[in-house]
Ligand binder design. Sequence first.
Ligand SMILES: [Zn+2]
Length: 144
Amino acid sequence: MSILEAWSSGGVDLQRTNIKIAFRTNNTIYNQLTHKTHKTDEYTQSWVYELTCPDCNKAYVGQTERSFLVRYSEHKQAFRNNSHASKVAQHLVEQAHSFGTIHNTMQVLHYQKKSAHLNRVERYYIHVEFTASNHLNNRTSFPM
Ligand SMILES: [Zn+2]
């Protein structure tokens, strides 16, 4: 059982055990999109992704059932419109930080078929960033 599975099943209390989760995939979007074995079916696949602020490295974790490019564009649109629909955009506007390119800001954290489990996976990664004081997510509302 992986630490992720253990956490998802409630078998590990990260806050109590203070386990430092340091692993992170090195899968870039480019790799995901070009990887031959990952044929993306956008109607049955979901992704947990991370957007990183290029200026301060704070991270936002979200999930999408659509393509990264679409989701990236939505965040960027929110940034341009000074919209609070995106926590990332809100951060960038408030801090006067820059919106990076899709290649240097957006990263695949997890990839799997759509399921309730995906919400747990997303919350797990949000938790990881939260414990690292590196989060942009508003934990009281479900992120965009
Ligand atoms: Zn920033």
